[in-house]
Ligand binder design. Sequence first.
Ligand SMILES: *[C@@H]1O[C@H](CO)[C@@H](O)[C@H](O)[C@H]1NC(C)=O
Ligand SMILES: *[C@@H]1O[C@H](CO)[C@@H](O)[C@H](O)[C@H]1NC(C)=O
Length: 505
Amino acid sequence: MEDSLEDLLEQHGGDCGDEDQPSAPEAKFRSSRMNIQRSSVCSRAYFVVVMVFFHVYILNVIGLLLYVHYNNGPGELVSGDGAPSASVSDRGAALSHPDPAASDLHVEDYSQGLGLPRIEGIRVGHVQQVSLLPDRTHEMRTMSLKPLLFEIPGFLSEEECRVVVQLAQLKGLMESQTTTPSKEQEESNQPLLSLSTDEVFSLLDLNQDGLLQHEEIVSHSRSQDGTWLNPDNLRQILTGLEACPTGTLTLEDFRHVYDVSQRPGQQQSVKPRSQFKQRNKNTWLYQGPGSHHVLQSLRNRLISLTRLPSTLVELSEPLQVIRYENGDFSNAHHDSSPPQSETTCTHTRMAGNKSALTEVSCRYLTMLFYLSSVEEGGETTFPVADNRTYEEQALVQDGVDLTDTKETCGRGNIRMKPSVGTALLWYNHLSDGRGWMGELDEYSLHGECPVRRGVKWTANSWVNVDPDHQQQARYQRLVAKRQRAKSGMEEHYQPLSHSDLHQDL
Ligand SMILES: *[C@@H]1O[C@H](CO)[C@@H](O)[C@H](O)[C@H]1NC(C)=O
Ligand SMILES: *[C@@H]1O[C@H](CO)[C@@H](O)[C@H](O)[C@H]1NC(C)=O
């Protein structure tokens, strides 16, 4: 580069002709003074100045590139199995590395390293390679930035989809018919029937081995259809379990522990059943130790993909499997709730004495898995995804209600056609700017269009996070404490064999 500049210099020097060029570099300053006097642009000194600026500019660019490089960290992060994974902005440097294999709770790490990573969307249509399994990579496409929404085809194999559907069928599906709720009670399901003690036992026994393990009770406390179990019930059952020398409850033990008179169905005020918000059938599948390996693998893939602390994911709601038949749908809704002072998160209610407050779902992100393709209809619609503006009043306008998926499905900004094995991932919340969960992302509004032909199976995986970081940390400490108290009895809990579908539900 310098050579060519010299050439240029020589050339121009030649052009100027009559100048008596002193030999460089001693004469540079003299020459520059002469140039100023003559105000000539073709002198040697002029090019020296240009060259200096040019070099300073280049150094600046290099400096900037180095700055960007070291601030972003390595662009390609390494996933659990040692292969490059999606680029993720890890804000909390002290974030504990998510290790899918670890079953211990990293509560101490977590309370110090405050941080929830978010995958970068870059732009709509951007495709990034993600490594979730040792033997293949997946393509993840950015579908929208508001909300941050991704599509990952082939997240599950067709065989895995069949297994999950089968497990759900064996578990039994319950009718889910939510009434139109008031704003605060958006997610709370109406208890459909008053449950007998035996039925409550069966619902709690997620792996259906006839015994209640600590994990099952804790995990069920976080599921959304847990409204049939209030915090008092829950504490009562956990206390009973801890008093039990085996660390598990049989149905017989459970009958002594569970106080039928406290059944919550009778305590809840009756809400008007004016209009069904959704029609489908669903069930919950436990994904922790002892569950089917496909369910555990699904959770590990979620951890690899999102790079969230594994503790957070392990303490989240079980997998919800939903079946939509002809005409079944769900209206557009948000999966999570805005942080408000008068509400508390369902999943951390164990850790607080706020049972008087309204409980809401706190779900940082949603992963939706299509377990089947649908012949016609059944799209997932995001009515306001990447809309220029969002106004709640604009959702219902001129007699058109964009949340009424039954009527206005075709008007959604984004509609995803169910395709077996495909996963969708979106963030329900924005960042609070300090690496924790912030405001609800209003644009994450979504619903399921009515199925026209065929049967649609989907599964939802939510990652629960309390917007109140202190409350989340308190909850995790509480769970870890109970876990430690129980670990002396660990040998009594034998994880079930994975070989038989019928056993390891
Ligand atoms: C319960 O509430 C009181 C008053 O709001 C508070 O001082 C106390 O720390 C709370 N206890 C727990 C365990 O959160
Ligand atoms: C979507 O954006 C358009 C254009 O800015 C606006 O007129 C409309 O009200 C928006 N829709 C919603 C639901 O906010």
